[in-house]
Design a protein around this ligand. Structure first.
Ligand SMILES: [Zn+2]
Length: 174
């Protein structure tokens, strides 16, 4: 996905591209590939060439690098004192989760949800955030549903339904 971040008239339009890559791949010290939002995996040598080419391109290209932990494939987290997920933190969660976190749903993310709600002192953090589609978010807000994050190599949410079924949702490995 390319998001236009400005409306430059006389200047080239800046384009924001989200790129997730391990730092050793970015620096050319390790083998592997990166992941470009809206595109998919891109080989490391192609990424490095592409970043070098865009450094002095006519179009301002802002490449945001969200570093990945090599051992676990997890994105490094962020925290915010805000009550709502917004800005980079919301974007981070959307990139990490990619699609609605409800197992088997796979719909596009519409809401950034507090796993543990604010009214129960859930923090506005990457760990307590998850991307949900509209329907799943409303279902989760209904009576009898509870959710919490559980420790794991990657971000994992445990959901308990009104009938007592427990299931978990783990962010995809990058
Ligand atoms: Zn959903």
């Amino acid at each position: 996905m390319q998001r236009v971040t400005g409306t430059g008239t006389e200047k080239a339009v800046p384009v924001m591209i989200n790129l997730i890559v391990r730092d050793d791949v970015l620096l050319g010290e390790g083998a592997g590939s990166g992941w470009v939002e809206g595109h998919g995996p891109v080989p490391g040598d192609l990424l490095r060439q592409w970043i070098a080419d865009n450094a002095d391109a006519a179009v301002d290209t802002f490449v945001r690098r969200l570093y990945e932990r090599p051992a676990t494939g997890a994105l490094v987290g962020m925290d915010s004192p805000a009550e709502l997920f917004q800005g980079r933190l919301a974007e981070f969660i959307r990139l990490r989760d990619r699609v609605c976190r409800t197992p088997g749903c796979g719909a596009p993310i519409r809401h950034t949800d507090h796993v543990v709600p604010r009214c129960r002192d859930g923090p506005t953090s990457a760990d307590n955030g998850q991307g949900l589609c509209e329907l799943c978010n409303y279902a989760k807000e209904a009576d009898g549903w509870t959710a919490r994050t559980v420790p794991g190599l990657r971000h994992t949410v445990e959901i308990t339904t009104p009938t007592g079924h427990v299931y978990t949702s783990t962010a995809e490995r990058l």
